[in-house]
Design a protein around this ligand. Structure first.
Ligand code: OGA
Ligand code: MN
Length: 222
């Protein structure tokens, strides 16, 4: 059954953020384990990020995303996106603005929700028309990286995305309910990596996003 979600209008940084919106974000994340924010960054920054994603794609800097030890054709059945990782030292001003905002968010989450988030890893992702990502969890249960990812964060970069373009993020809330979230420009979705199964539905247009994971260095108790 499809559920409805509330979207908050959120600027995290100090100049733009009415405190009430940030409080709503914290409360919602704390109560539900996920939250959806509109306008997480100024339009100009979103445009800059989208241009950078497309530039890297055109320059063939993106690679098919990988999952564990699966071979190439097993991988592409599970996920169809191409990715490229972001470097915090980048000179690109939109990338700098993104990291600044994410660090402001991380500080606030640690302060109010004691999340102990330490590092952030982020990649651009472009899904071709028809590309999808089957239902999965972002936290790995095995290997040296097990349980490191605490909070998943996806920032969408797509202008004028319409409901019939598809490409929704389907976030499973429990056995019988899910949310379908359209990947519209400036929207940020946060959810607990250990808890929420999710998938990307096939889209009728190319679909661009920035996916990040806040990690903890210390091993959490299971
Ligand atoms: C992922 C993922 C969701 C999305 O990259 O792990 O689930 O909406 N992405 O792009
Ligand atoms: Mn995922």
């Amino acid at each position: 059954m499809r559920a409805n979600a509330h979207c908050y209008n959120c600027w995290v940084n100090k100049q733009n953020n009415p405190q009430t919106n940030f409080e709503a974000l914290i409360n919602s994340l704390s109560a539900q384990g996920y939250v959806i924010c509109e306008n997480f960054l100024p339009e100009q920054t979103i445009l800059g990020l989208r241009d950078e994603a497309h530039k890297r794609h055109a320059n063939l800097e993106m690679r098919a995303a990988k999952i564990g030890l699966l071979n190439q054709s097993q991988q592409s059945n599970i996920r169809g996106d191409q990715i490229t990782w972001l470097d915090e030292q980048s000179e690109n001003s939109a990338i700098q603005a993104y990291f600044e905002q994410m660090h402001a968010l991380r500080t606030l989450l640690n302060q109010y929700l004691f999340m102990n988030l330490q590092a952030l890893e982020t990649h651009f992702a472009i899904y071709p028309i028809g590309g999808a990502y089957q239902k999965h969890l972002d936290q790995f249960s095995h290997g040296s990286d097990a349980k490191a990812r605490q909070l998943s964060s996806i920032l969408y970069l797509n202008n004028d995305w319409q409901a019939n373009d598809g490409g929704e993020l389907r976030l499973y809330l429990n056995e019988s309910e899910y949310l379908d979230i359209l990947p519209t420009a400036g929207k940020l979705v946060l959810f607990l990596s250990a808890k929420f199964w999710h998938e990307v539905r096939p889209a009728k247009r190319e679909r661009a996003s920035l996916t990040g994971w806040f990690r903890t260095r210390g091993q959490l108790l299971p």
